[in-house]
Design a protein. Structure first.
Length: 113
C-alpha cells in the first residue's frame, strides 16, 4: 500500500495572496486562537458565513445623482450663454432632489418622513 493511501484529505487547494491579504489572514487567525493557518482557513471556509451586499439601491441613487448633475450643468451652460434660467428646469431638479431624499429615507434609514 502506498504512503498516501490512508490519507483522508486527498484534495489540495492552492491560492495566491497579496502580502496585505496574507498579513490580514494571519492577524485574524491569531485573534481566533487557531493553532495553524490551515486550521483557521478550513474553519472559516466550512463554518464561516458570507455576507452578500445588494448595491442596487446605491447604483440607482448614483444614477439619479448623476442625472441631477447633468441637469445642473445644462442650466449653468444656459445661464453662461444667454443669462436665462427657466422655471421648469429648476422644478425638474427640485423634483429629482426630492426623489433622492425619499430614496435615502426609505431605503437606507428606514425612517418614515
Amino acid at each position: 500500500m502506498g504512503k498516501g493511501q490512508y490519507r483522508l484529505r486527498e484534495k489540495q487547494l492552492n491560492i495566491r495572496l497579496t502580502e496585505y491579504e496574507h498579513q490580514l489572514i494571519k492577524e485574524r487567525m491569531e485573534q481566533t486562537g487557531a493553532n495553524s493557518l490551515r486550521e483557521f482557513i478550513m474553519d472559516a471556509a466550512i463554518n464561516g458565513f458570507l455576507i452578500k451586499v445588494d448595491y442596487s439601491d446605491i447604483k440607482e441613487l448614483a444614477y439619479e445623482i448623476n442625472r441631477i448633475g447633468n441637469n445642473i450643468n445644462q442650466i449653468a451652460h444656459k445661464v453662461n450663454s444667454d443669462g436665462a434660467v427657466y422655471k421648469p428646469q429648476i422644478e425638474e431638479i427640485q423634483a429629482d432632489v426630492n426623489m433622492i431624499w425619499k430614496m435615502l429615507r426609505t431605503k437606507f434609514y428606514q425612517i418614515p418622513f
